[in-house]
Write a protein that binds this ligand. Structure first.
Ligand code: HPA
Length: 268
């Protein structure tokens, strides 16, 4: 069965609770095997991956981003909704609210960033002017509006390697560079999805104000607590968005590397 829509669940989102008839499939990729839950929502087949594994056993710097995206590609996925717990540097983006990220800043240092590693894999310089799918973001904005959920329709996400939280000085730097949010997993996931020509949207849930902005020390427990307080909102948002995503939708993201019809001009 071809699966067109996938959810990548981040911190606090470990179970495909919204799906019916869930089964687990192992998908082999050149980067390793992944475990994917496949179920359905309102008759649409949906794939679900837990980014950190069940029980949060895989830290951000050890997530096999390439295997996850390659596995979803192999299943036929064309649209990904990815959740992420984030710290906020922007006082207008408060804990408990959603941000549908539209830009990123990459501060990771040691992650496999590409499927195109040269030699037989080729060399590709993928355009990421708009790294996140505009259409899926628009759907999320509409879904949140229909549910009357607090959400911002854009924001710049800064990705750090983790697993530690940031220093106050790092947060000051990121703020000066234009970052609104900080997290540890958004890059290279979004870039790999783009290289795989899959639409990708990020649902960032603000769990805390970032280091030095928050009056208190950050803990993973605090992040988990805010995620669990907002789990129902997140679930409803994803369900609403899925009903609005056409399985056979076409989008420019699907030609992000190959160029598609635009580049075939003048052929034949
Ligand atoms: N920093 C990095 N990652 C995070 C944070 C944070 O403050 N909160 C949730 N994920």
């Amino acid at each position: 069965m071809t699966v067109r829509i996938a959810i990548i669940g981040g911190t606090g989102v470990y179970d495909p609770e919204i799906l019916d008839d869930v089964r687990t499939e192992q998908v082999s990729t050149p980067y390793g095997d992944i475990s994917v839950n496949i179920g359905s929502y309102r008759g649409k087949p949906i794939a679900f991956i837990s980014r950190h594994g069940q029980g949060h056993t895989v830290p951000p710097h050890r997530v096999n981003y390439r295997a996850n995206i390659a596995g979803l590609k192999k299943l036929g996925v064309r649209s990904i909704l990815a959740t992420a717990a984030v710290g906020s540097l922007n006082r207008a983006m408060k804990p408990g609210s959603f941000v549908f990220v539209d830009q990123f800043l990459d501060f990771t240092k040691a992650r496999a960033q590409t499927f195109f590693d040269g030699d037989e894999k080729g060399v590709v310089h993928c355009d990421v002017t708009d790294p996140y799918c505009l259409e899926l973001r628009e759907i999320l904005v509409r879904a949140a509006w229909e549910l009357r959920q607090p959400a911002a329709s854009g924001g710049t996400y800064a990705c750090t390697d983790g697993p530690r939280f940031e220093s106050a000085a790092e947060i000051t730097m990121i703020r000066q560079l234009g970052g609104d949010l900080v997290g540890m997993t958004g890059v290279p996931e979004v870039v790999l999805a783009r290289e795989a020509e899959i639409c990708y949207a990020s649902i960032a849930m603000v769990t805390n104000f970032a280091a030095g902005i928050s009056q208190t020390r950050l803990t993973h427990e605090e992040v988990l607590e805010v995620m669990s307080l907002n789990a129902e909102n997140l679930r409803r948002l994803i369900m609403q968005a899925i009903t609005m995503i056409g399985e056979e939708r076409e989008c420019a993201c699907h030609w992000a590397v190959s160029g598609g019809p635009v580049h075939s001009k003048g052929e034949g």
